[in-house]
Design a protein around this ligand. Structure first.
Ligand code: ADP
Ligand code: MG
Length: 465
């Protein structure tokens, strides 16, 4: 491998063809996301004596590819060039054009004096830091991202109305729905776009009633072209607000104006939400957001580290991506903590620093999660009575729920085996060990159990975040 600071243009016309042949083999062997992240950015440079030289954008890329895909690349080059085929790498760092930036929440201030006449007379409450450009695609958000793009191109004009996305905390729902709003505002400056969380919507509505401005509130929302309501689950139990929202929803839908909603669960699981609303949430498109897989987590860390202007070696990024698995907010939080640590003391980013930060993040989470909450979430999910988990029942579905609750208590809290056993009807610590082993095995072989556990985990995390 050699490092160059200029790009070489191949004179050999075979270069591109051979590389395309390699890409075909690679594409058949890796998921799309992996392909797009790690192979699409590679440029073929030259071919000489059965050696294809390819250009990678950074050292980090080279390390990752060399470690994870060298045998695949070998196979690919041999199938394209025959047994003597080999690959050589060069690294050409593409300089970031943008200044490194750290996300600091922006405060929107409207200057009335200088406001242009066509500027709307209200705050859309969108945060301009959320864009499609800085939203990283992965298997878990593919559908949601694609639909979001289509809506931003043609608000109200697709069958995705309402657009309803759901998923656990920190998976990018707010980012994505705000990116739609920001894009629409850029593309269609005359469109009135409003973003609000369901929580705030409720508070503002109640305020408006108390100050006899209920009509004004209603008319204000009806005057929008695009309405984005975040965390719609917060309307649960707020009957009056749901009723108002129902009428606003109908007015929007009838006049073909775009409604965009996010939620922590799919419409059918929104217990306590008006059935009329739930059925309307199904009218358009429901898209779920899943936790990112390892490749996507690596891509996110790599991109964000770059955005922050940080240089972090691949083994450190890999350590973080392997140990922080549940959501993107935590991945980002980990980088920010690393950044804070090194900028305060001009320390180097080392693996041991990364380990201690990852440790802190996991512990602070564990403090808030208790066995009772875990038991409740497991029982809600399997629709079984919590008391049954504590008594002697050996019915199959109860045993499964009990074992999962024990397994999650071991994994998500700092409780000892003895304490866990006590919570489940005074069972012995060896019963807890047996439960954990059984579930660990099932997770590896049974996708239904694996998915159920992931869903329950994200519910637990939402409940205590
Ligand atoms: P949610 O609303 O689902 O709880 P957020 O949209 O608030 O999650 O995302 C949490 C953080 O992670 C935000 O800072 C967001 O910018 C970032 N983030 C989430 N998904 C992505 C993604 N796919 N690409 C880049 N950043 C992301
Ligand atoms: Mg959110």
């Amino acid at each position: 491998m050699i490092a160059l600071d200029v790009s070489i243009n191949s004179t050999n016309p075979k270069t591109q063809t051979i590389w395309s042949d390699c890409l075909k083999v690679i594409k058949d062997n890796v998921p799309n996301m992996t392909f797009n992240t790690w192979f699409a950015p590679i440029k073929p440079v030259d071919i000489k004596d059965d050696i294809l030289t390819i250009q990678l954008p950074s050292n980090f890329f080279w390390e990752w590819i060399d470690e994870h895909f060298s045998s695949l690349l070998n196979r690919a080059i041999k199938s394209a060039l025959g047994e003597n085929g080999k690959i050589d790498y060069i690294i050409v760092e593409e300089k970031e054009i943008e200044e490194p930036k750290i996300h600091i929440p922006t405060i929107n201030i409207i200057n009335k004096e200088t406001a242009k006449p066509e500027q709307p007379d209200f705050e859309s409450d969108l945060n301009s830091k959320y864009t499609f450009d800085n939203f990283i695609k992965g298997e878990g958000n593919q559908l949601a991202r694609a639909a979001a793009g289509a809506i931003a191109d043609n608000p109200g004009g697709t069958s995705f109305n309402p657009f309803f996305i759901y998923g656990g905390v920190g998976l990018g729902k707010t980012h994505l729905i705000q990116a739609i709003g920001n894009t629409i505002k850029n593309k269609f400056p005359k469109h009135r776009v409003k973003y609000i969380s369901a929580d705030r919507f409720t508070v503002n509505f109640i305020d408006s009633l108390q100050s006899n401005k209920g009509n004004e509130f209603n008319n204000f929302y009806r005057s929008m072209d695009v309405l984005i309501v975040d965390d719609i689950q917060f309307l649960i139990g707020k009957e009056k607000t749901q009723d108002l929202f129902f009428h606003i929803f109908n007015a929007f839908h009838q006049s073909g104006k775009q409604i965009i909603l996010s939620s922590d669960k799919p419409p059918k699981d929104l217990k306590g939400m008006d059935d009329r609303l739930i059925s309307r949430f199904h009218w358009g498109l429901n898209a779920d957001m899943q936790p990112p897989d390892l490749e996507t987590r690596m891509a996110i860390l790599y991109k964000k580290a770059n955005d922050f202007g940080m240089t972090v070696s691949s083994d450190i990024l890999e350590y973080i991506a392997t140990n922080i698995t549940s959501n993107i907010r935590e991945l980002e939080g980990c980088l920010i903590k690393l950044l804070a640590n090194i900028s305060l003391s001009s320390k180097e980013i080392t693996l041991s620093l990364a380990k201690s930060i990852v440790g802190e993040i996991s512990t602070s989470k564990k403090v808030n999660i208790g066995i009772d909450l875990i038991t409740k979430c497991v029982c809600d999910y399997y629709k079984v009575d919590e008391n049954k988990l504590r008594d002697k029942t050996r019915k199959q579905e109860i045993v499964l729920a009990r074992q999962i609750a024990m397994y999650l208590s071991k994994e998500m809290t700092k409780s000892s085996l003895k304490t866990i056993g006590l919570h489940f009807g005074g069972r012995d610590h060896s019963t807890v060990i047996h439960a954990c082993n059984t579930i660990e095995k099932s997770v590896l072989t049974d996708n239904i159990i694996k998915d159920s556990i992931n869903t329950i985990k994200s519910k637990i995390e939402i409940s205590c975040s």
